[in-house]
Write a protein that binds this ligand. Structure first.
Ligand code: NAP
Ligand code: ZN
Length: 348
């Protein structure tokens, strides 16, 4: 057992305080990682502020982790002290069920163990990357390609895989018109990945304030969703809309932008139900679907893809004392484009 510094929230409105948490002893299949960077995902905020229900305080979030291997258990092969590695949204699963054996650990029949806020049989709850170190089963530890900057790679462990998986599944590529709805942490990575896949990419953002950036990330068009003309001018245009918006929105308005067989895939997780008339789906045979991160093999593929195509997140590095203010800025869509905690500043 080791004790490491961490941030924790003790209630929905407590904000963060510095604390010490326990990490388990390094087992035969474990990798002990000294954390350098932890991205701030909007899911951290939904959890900490208990917007989804089920927060198990104290909560130490963080599932966009990059660091260096400090030590490995005796059965671990292929990883050694000093290697730059990442950990994403989950850290364990049964490893035997149909989903796990298919490399879709996020859908483990026995329940995937999330990197934070999952109760464990010993009565403790998993604690995430806003901390000095973490001990993780080797299966869930990803090697970060050398071509990627470690701080800018951290957000790929959630924002990257969450957007890569559905973009690939729904055929983003040459000749396909893809719209990315919401250009925050997930959205800006989605624009880069979809462009690297060869798709024609349009950004649908609340305003035009980030237009220059969106075009630099690889989009060819950029529209403000607060302008009603956006919905008139783009009616029936897209093959795929990837919805990364963290807030409730009128899904039907966006379905109208899809052509025949068009797909609206949501990864954003606000709390209110969607309201959709059957006719909005049936007539043009549209698909309304969702996507949940990705499996471990697809994480490896995504990291290689990003290394090959130079896809990294745009990050603002902050110290441990800045996290509360960063949360407010994320909620206000005032982030360019991912806050990443430099764990050595205040937690190392
Ligand atoms: P984020 O950085 O806050 O980005 C969300 C974007 O949504 C904002 O930048 C903004 O884009 C848009 N937005 C925010 N409030 C809005 C409003 N009231 N109306 C319209 N648009 C609004 O969040 P994120 O970290 O990318 O996460 C996005 C969502 O994905 C969250 O709900 C998160 O929990 C979820 N998520 C899901 C998965 C999964 O596996 N499915 C994984 C990770 C995260 P513009 O400024 O461009 O308008
Ligand atoms: Zn996330």
């Amino acid at each position: 057992m080791s004790t490491v510094p961490a941030l924790e929230a003790v209630s929905a409105d407590s904000g963060f305080r510095r604390t010490e948490i326990e990490r388990r002893p390094v087992g035969p299949r474990d990798v002990e990682i000294e954390i350098d960077y932890a991205g701030i995902c909007h899911s951290d905020i939904h959890t900490v502020r208990d917007e989804w229900g089920g927060a198990r305080y104290p909560v130490t979030p963080g599932h966009e982790i990059v660091g260096r291997v400090r030590s490995v258990g005796e059965e671990v092969e292929g990883l050694a002290a000093g290697d730059v590695v990442g950990v994403g949204c989950f850290v364990d699963s049964c490893g035997r069920c149909e989903q796990c054996t298919a490399g879709l650990e996020q859908f483990c029949a026995e329940g995937v163990v999330a990197t934070y806020n999952t109760p464990l049989p010993d009565g403790t709850t998993t604690r995430g990357g806003y901390s000095g170190a973490i001990v993780v089963d080797e299966h869930f530890v990803l090697r970060v390609p050398e071509a990627l900057d470690p701080a800018r790679a951290a957000p790929l462990l959630c924002a990257g895989i969450t957007t890569y998986a559905p973009l690939k599944r729904w055929g983003a590529g040459p000749g396909r018109k893809v719209a990315v709805l919401g250009m925050g942490g997930l959205g800006h990575v989605a624009v880069k990945i979809a462009a690297a896949m060869g798709a024609e990419v349009t950004v649908l953002s609340q305003s035009l304030s980030k237009q220059e950036d969106g075009l630099a990330f690889g989009a060819t068009d950029y529209f403000a969703t607060k302008d009603p003309a956006t919905f008139e001018d783009n009616r029936g245009r897209f093959d795929l809309i990837l919805n990364t918006v963290s807030a409730d929105l009128s899904v039907e308005d966006y379905l109208s932008l899809l052509g025949v067989n068009g797909v609206l895939c949501s990864v954003g997780l606000p709390t209110e139900p969607y309201s959709v008339r059957p006719g909005a789906l049936v007539g043009p045979q549209r698909v309304l679907t969702g996507s949940m991160v990705g499996g471990i093999p697809e994480h490896r593929e995504m990291l290689e893809f990003c290394a090959e195509h130079g896809v990294e997140a745009e990050v603002e590095l902050i110290g441990a004392e800045d996290v509360d203010a960063a949360y407010d800025r994320v909620v206000a869509s005032d982030v360019r484009y991912r806050f990443v905690i430099d764990v050595t500043r205040g937690l190392g």
